[in-house]
Design a protein around this ligand. Structure first.
Ligand code: DAH
Length: 347
């Protein structure tokens, strides 16, 4: 067999193997073997000068043709394999846009906060604004400015949590009510005043079904010229209807608070039985909602208002209490226990 024929055989064999090459590494190995420096084609080219003159031309052409054909086939195969590799990479990265997403766990407003926001909204719609006050409060704002004598039992340290601060052991405390915001606000703003003030309050109570040392209240205060108990009634009846649903009637029972005169406890007709008597209202038809009254002139005078020129009404409502009534929650501690099952019921 001539050298040229031998080369054509090698070419045919290499082309056959090319199809079976599976990846770029295997292709590079085959390339080195069939057209690399030690390959038969290159060996033949190197030996060409020793070939007799009359055979040299044919052999030279055969070497070039074989080399060119192999190189072209290898390049074509390389392009195929590179394309396939790219396709495989893209397939691996493919994203299924139709898969449902992974929803992040979402929190929810605590029930206290929901009721807080709801009752604030009811009063905002009436033109009230929201005022804020400190939870660590002075005895002056919590008691004295609110016409509460030093002998009042709510000031006993069996009832109030005092804070060690300064010389007076009973000068600074955790506020027992949101009422001190009344005095703080009026000191800073001339009348008219229409505010609500929701917030946290503290009492020295042992936890039971209806007591916890921390709870929330919302204070309300309206001061203007010629405000009367009738304004209080109309406003709070509207509130009861908004919060518990239309059709509530309200009644007022005489009570005592140091900062109002007269003072009252407001009851609303039971939203569950419409007043005929059921478990929610302990079969009385009525539910005690809040404390209220006409602002005592001493409270107005303490902040520099003229009690002969302006008058007002005030009220204080327990936020957990409203939620317990409306949702039939039996125990106050459910609001403060870290039990997600409770929170999830009020998403
Ligand atoms: N501060 C009272 C309490 O904690 C509630 C209250 C009653 C507030 C009558 C008022 C009010 O503003 O006028 O029991």
């Amino acid at each position: 067999m001539s050298s040229a024929d031998r080369l054509r055989e090698i070419e045919a064999e290499a082309l056959g193997r090319l199809d079976a090459v599976a990846d770029l590494d295997a292709l590079a190995a085959l390339e080195a073997e069939v057209v690399g420096p030690g390959s038969p084609v290159m060996e033949a080219r190197r030996g060409l000068k020793d070939v007799p003159q009359e055979q040299r031309k044919d052999l030279g052409r055969a070497i070039n043709e074989v080399k060119t054909a192999l190189e072209a086939a290898i390049e074509a195969r390389r392009a195929d394999l590179a394309g396939a590799a790219e396709e495989a990479r893209l397939a691996g990265e493919r994203i299924d846009m139709t898969l449902p997403g992974r929803a992040p766990a979402r929190g929810t407003r605590h029930l206290v906060r929901q009721v807080w926001d709801e009752i604030v909204d009811i009063f905002m719609a009436l033109g009230y604004s929201v005022a804020d006050g400190p939870e660590v409060e002075t005895a002056y704002y919590n008691f004295d400015a609110l016409n509460t004598p030093t002998t009042h039992p709510s000031r006993f340290d069996s009832d109030t949590l005092y804070v060690e601060w300064g010389d007076d052991p009973e000068g600074v405390l955790l506020r027992t009510q949101t009422s001190p915001v009344q005095a703080r606000y009026m000191e800073q703003h001339p009348p008219p005043v229409y505010i609500v003030s929701p917030g946290r309050t503290y009492r020295r109570d042992t936890t039971d079904a209806t007591h916890t040392p921390v709870f929330h209240q919302m204070e309300g205060l309206a001061v203007d010229d010629a405000i009367t108990f009738a304004d209080l009634k109309g406003t709070l009846e509207h509130f009861a209807n908004e919060f518990f649903g239309a059709g509530r009637s309200v009644r007022f029972q005489p009570h005592f608070f140091p900062f109002t005169e007269p003072s009252a406890e407001m009851h609303a007709s039971c939203f569950a039985c419409d007043g005929s008597g059921c478990r929610t209202c302990s079969h009385t038809g009525w539910i005690e909602l809040l404390g209220c009254g006409v602002v005592d002139p001493n409270v107005l005078a303490a902040v520099g208002y003229d009690p002969s020129a302006v008058s007002g009404f005030a009220f204080g409502v327990g936020i957990e209490r409203l939620a317990m009534i409306r949702y039939g929650i039996p125990e106050l501690r459910f609001f403060f226990d870290p039990d997600l099952r409770v929170l999830r019921q009020f998403r």
